[in-house]
Design a protein around this ligand. Structure first.
Ligand code: PMP
Ligand code: GLN
Length: 394
């Protein structure tokens, strides 16, 4: 999709999402798609069966605006079971069209013209576009790799990013694309600034269950004084391998949730009636399901990491999510991630995403030589991709 003269000023420069471009390239070339983050395997049987049964039994009309009660209750129980967070399923839980709509609802529902939102970059690509659509301003704070490869923020820079116009901090943990899982100390720093400046925190936790090794996911709403100022967002897509269903949610105290809901009702109004009770079934699965998905993904991560290193890339080991960031400079001295990703499907039959797109234009150079590979794929597919990449990617 090229830019059109009809496009509204606030959307100029956003063009086509990289995910559409790269998945179209994968389809056109038949390359292995390690770009867009979606699994090439299905979610749990019980979840799929429930969706089929719901369709067959006639749950095919508009669900309630706030979401079906089974799902809202399952979300509230999930927040309690895993994170010890209490939400009233009648007034503090909202079902949305994926986490994407919850994010859009939060940003459009809360922000006024000229408000500022502090965002950590690299960042998921819808953040900048939604902040722009709200006619607000994104103020990016860079995450940069330390010597051990873990991406972290500079506390001084975070503090300096906050101004009298700041309305919210937009956080994503576990973090796409770097794989950082924010530590308690990092979250305490963010929380203390939010409390000091009376800011709302919008916390995107879609990868909450995809965490490895010694990392632990901590919802920022669990920290002192934070529940009342946090909108916690997640979705069933990542946890139940159902990215195409687009069932997401937001949890927040009623005054904050009302602002999100006011915007959300005029975006899609509602979506996915038969999928809502199915995701409720997923959220109610035993703890073992959630442990098994992260164990399985940790093995997949290790296969991809080892393979990428063997192919000559420098990699950044993710603590969570299903993405690995890799530095292409050892295999491609030009170090142009976008050109590399556009070439790779043709030369090696593999698709990746250039990390440059996850940065604001002024910091695009930070991600220029980085690319992201997804490992939510069956072992055979990962192994085939690695074999292809090992045949000299330069
Ligand atoms: N946030 C992040 C960080 C993501 O990676 C994604 C990926 N899909 C989303 C939000 C959107 O989630 P959904 O598909 O549920 O809209
Ligand atoms: N969240 C997924 C990713 O980062 C997919 C995003 C999308 O297709 N919009 O790859």
């Amino acid at each position: 999709m090229s830019e059109s003269p009809h496009t509204a000023d606030v959307l100029k420069g956003f063009g086509t999402t990289i995910f559409s471009e790269m998945s179209a390239l994968a389809a056109a070339t038949g390359a292995i798609n390690l770009g867009q983050g979606f699994p090439n395997y299905d979610g749990p049987r019980e979840v799929l069966d429930r969706a089929v049964a719901e369709i067959r039994s006639g749950n095919n009309q508009y669900p309630p605006g706030i979401g079906m009660s089974d799902l809202r209750e399952a979300i509230a129980q999930h927040q309690m079971r895993f994170w010890n967070l209490t939400y009233d399923s009648e007034t503090e839980v909202l079902v949305t069209a994926g986490a994407t709509e919850a994010l859009a609802g939060a940003l459009l529902g809360l922000l006024n013209d000229g408000d500022e939102v502090v965002v950590f970059e690299p960042m998921y690509d819808s953040y900048m576009a939604c902040i722009a659509m709200a006619r607000a301003r994104a103020v990016p704070v860079l995450l940069r790799p330390q010597n051990d490869g873990r991406y972290v923020f500079d506390v001084g820079k975070l503090r300096n990013a906050i101004s009298p116009r700041t309305r919210a901090i937009l956080l994503n943990t576990p973090h796409n694309p770097t794989g950082t899982v924010f530590t308690r100390a990092e979250l305490e720093t963010i929380a203390s600034l939010a409390r000091e400046h009376d800011l709302v925190v919008i916390s995107d936790e879609v990868y909450e269950h995809l965490v490895f090794d010694d990392a632990h996911h901590i919802p920022i709403a669990t920290l002192d004084g934070m529940r009342e100022r946090t909108i916690t967002i997640s979705s069933g897509g990542k946890t139940f391998n159902t990215t195409g269903w687009k069932i997401g949610w937001a949890c927040a105290p009623s005054p904050l949730l009302t602002a999100v809901r006011t915007a959300k009702q005029f975006l899609t109004y509602v979506n996915g009636a038969p999928f809502q009770p199915a995701i409720a079934v997923g959220l109610s699965l035993p703890d073992s399901y959630f442990t098994e998905i992260s164990d399985d993904l940790r093995h997949k991560r290790d296969v991809l990491l080892t393979g990428l290193e063997k192919a000559g890339f420098t990699t950044y080991k993710p603590e969570g999510t299903y993405f690995v960031t890799a530095d292409i400079r050892p295999v491609d001295p030009d170090g142009d991630g976008l050109a590399f990703c556009r070439r790779l499907p043709h030369t090696h039959g593999v698709v990746a995403i250039p990390n440059g797109v996850f940065y604001s234009p002024e910091h695009a150079h930070e991600g220029h030589y980085l690319v992201r590979f997804a490992f939510c794929k069956t072992f055979d597919l990962l192994e085939r991709a690695v074999e292809r990449l090992c045949v000299g990617v330069a």
